[in-house]
Design a protein around this ligand. Structure first.
Ligand code: ADP
Ligand code: MG
Length: 613
């Protein structure tokens, strides 16, 4: 590595100064970043007691020259940055020259370091930032740094530390992020004497994700990729059934740096509109690449927040990558049963589709108002098959693979909500019947499909309603229906009476926590009206939340749910056929909130389980 110099005051002022040693996790992050910047191929992180008593980071990077070792621990001493121009196009993870100084000031620090090819290395130890020892030493090429007794000399800071277990979890999360950020780096993580993680460092994103996040996570991931001439996004996004209760598994990397970004998060979640329950969040491991000059990393002390020069291009890269992944999973879901025999059916090859990319929907809502430069020009490439597809499956566990949502239907003609789809004369399938008045059983070729009747119908109606655009067919009631739903609810409904008017309702204030209903959508049963209005008032509240479908779609989903055939009510084969057609054609795959509507049981699975192979 280049010589280490202390910056001029002017340069130091340019750098967004900040606290780099908040807790053990931030120490680990900084030390591993230094190892990465030193060109390490293999790094070991070891912690004890949540990192409070012991942190060791060993790398096989370039090492530090003996005369530079004490300088490295001074404030604003860095080998990575000299000039303003360099700051604008920084390629290293570190650049402030603050980390080692800040860390050694609040701990007992030891470092062994030897430059590649040098005859001898250096040992330095510091106590609360003061050099205690600095001598030549025999040691391997690369650098080992050990931090003991963090905050031993700052009792006020020590008080703010959480339990060792919490600090340890934060360290683990930081290590996982760093491991994911560099598939070409082999990162080994030892916590209280136990190896917790070891990534292979073979450059493969798949094996890196598998090692860092585990099999269950990997199994739900779909390959995602999009690029234009300025930005590329590559990696994996979760199928809708792999969605999670929070955003902890949204990993975005910009030029190899883990970042938190509401823009990227919004782009990802936008791609899942109508295929996720509200309150469920997609997971992703996405690598964005762009010219370093088009992203400002100097806006946040921990360098985890960034500013993009062209937000629109970056948004599109993530959005189209995710859409391509979701649209690409065109295979029918398959149900695999547990059982020893099936173990022989070992590795499923990943499926590669040659189908054209789905037309991405027009970017919705807020984006259209934003004054981004013109977008477009995005090439998406599709490679379907879950990440787990290339891995060995664990057949002990029943694993369901579901389809992903289809691209949104184009807004077109005005059609009644309950359409009768064209039903083919000699269908290539046979409806065997219905189980529990809920699940349609269909034989098709070498497999059996199970269809959730209510969910499939709900989706079909929802799509139909959406197609009707602004004019949803309405029925006038002979006498107004008085719905007593409570003051707050009535207020919520009346606040959206114009929108409800478009959706086929005519409601008026009635007083006393009630509304008078003159008209309801065509497909709704009067007896369902009160329950539906209560739900809609809830939708209005939910629809204001950032990750909902939006008020309009939430209401449409409630209407579709009420209008759909109920699970538990028997239907005859004639009624079921249009539904089966829609599902088999691939038009209906998910209910409006992202629940899958079908699963498949293949002959091979059955044969395996009956040991017929
Ligand atoms: P920065 O990373 O912002 O430059 P640091 O305080 O983290 O600042 O590190 C100061 C300098 O010490 C680095 O610029 C680098 O030259 C050197 N250094 C730190 N850690 C290592 C390491 N593991 N291997 C080689 N050099 C290192
Ligand atoms: Mg650093």
């Amino acid at each position: 590595m280049a010589k280490i110099f202390q910056m001029s005051q002017h340069m130091a002022d340019l750098i967004a100064a900040g606290e780099v040693v908040e807790r053990p996790a931030s120490v680990v992050k900084e030390l591993v970043e230094n190892a990465v910047d030193a060109g390490a191929k293999a790094v070991t992180v070891e912690i004890k007691n949540g990192g409070m008593t012991y942190i060791r980071v060993t790398d096989d990077g370039c090492g530090i020259a003996p005369e530079d070792v004490p300088t490295a621990f001074l404030r604003h001493a860095t080998s990575k940055l000299r000039t303003e121009e360099e700051l604008a196009a920084i390629k290293t993870l570190g650049f402030r020259g603050e980390a080692l100084a800040a860390i050694c000031a609040v701990s007992r620090t030891e470092m062994f370091t030897r430059e590649r090819g040098a005859a001898e290395g250096t040992f330095i130890s510091l106590d609360g930032g003061k050099v205690v020892e600095n001598t030549p030493a025999g040691c391997p090429e690369g650098t080992t740094i050990i931090i003991r007794d963090l905050f031993f000399n700052t009792p006020a800071r020590l008080k703010f530390m959480k339990k060792d277990s919490s600090e340890g979890s934060a360290v683990s999360a930081a290590v996982v992020r760093t491991a994911l950020s560099r598939p070409e780096l082999s990162l080994r993580y030892i916590k209280d004497g136990k190896e917790e993680m070891h990534t292979p460092g073979d450059g493969s994103i798949e094996s890196c994700i598998y090692a860092a996040l585990g099999r269950d996570f990997s199994n739900t991931m779909l390959r995602a990729c999009a690029a234009d001439e300025h930005v590329s996004a590559e990696g994996y996004v979760s199928s809708p059934n792999g969605a999670r209760g929070n955003r902890s598994h949204q990993f975005f990397f910009v030029n190899g740096r883990f970042v938190k970004s509401q823009l990227l998060q919004a782009a990802l979640e936008q791609a899942y509109r109508n295929s996720l329950f509200s309150g469920r969040f997609p997971a992703c491991v996405l690598y964005l690449k762009m010219n370093p000059a088009s992203v400002d990393v100097n806006v946040h002390p921990a360098k985890t927040e960034v500013k993009f020069l062209s937000e629109r291009q970056v948004f599109d890269a993530v959005y189209y990558a995710a859409r391509a992944a979701l649209g690409a999973e065109e295979t029918l879901p398959e149900l695999r049963l547990s059982g020893g025999a099936a173990r022989q059916a070992d590795v499923l090859p990943p499926r590669v589709l040659s189908a054209p990319a789905p037309q991405p929907p027009a970017p919705a809502g807020k984006r259209e108002q934003e004054s981004y430069g013109s977008g477009g020009g995005f090439k998406t490439s599709i490679a379907a098959g879950s990440l787990g597809g290339a891995k060995k499956y664990d057949f002990e566990q029943t694993r369901l693979v579901y389809n992903t949502a289809p691209p949104e239907a184009p807004p077109s003609r005005i059609a009644p909500a309950v359409e009768t789809p064209e039903v083919s004369e000699n269908p290539p399938y046979r409806i065997i019947g219905e189980a529990m008045s809920s699940y349609i059983i269909v034989e098709r070729g070498e497999s059996i499909l199970l269809i959730d009747k209510h969910a499939a119908h709900e989706r079909m109606l929802f799509d139909g309603l959406k197609r009707q655009g602004r004019e949803i067919a309405s029925q006038e009631l002979l006498t107004p229906f008085i719905a007593k739903i409570g003051n707050e609810e009535a207020e919520a409904l009346l606040s959206q009476s114009a929108l409800l008017g478009e959706l086929g309702f005519d409601i008026e204030p009635f007083g006393g926590g009630a509304v008078a209903v003159n008209c309801i959508p065509m497909d709704i049963n009067v007896s369902d009206t009160a329950a539906l209005l209560a739900e809609i008032s809830e939708d209005i509240k939910i629809g204001r939340r950032p990750n909902s479908l939006g008020i309009r779609d939430e209401i449409l989903a409630s209407i579709a749910c009420k209008a759909a055939v109920k699970a538990g009510c028997a239907s005859d084969a004639f009624e079921l056929r249009p539904l089966v057609e829609k599902v088999i054609s691939g038009e209906v795959k998910y209910c409006p909130h992202g629940r899958p509507v079908t699963m498949e049981l293949s002959k091979r699975t059955l044969d395996n389980n009956f040991r017929r192979t």
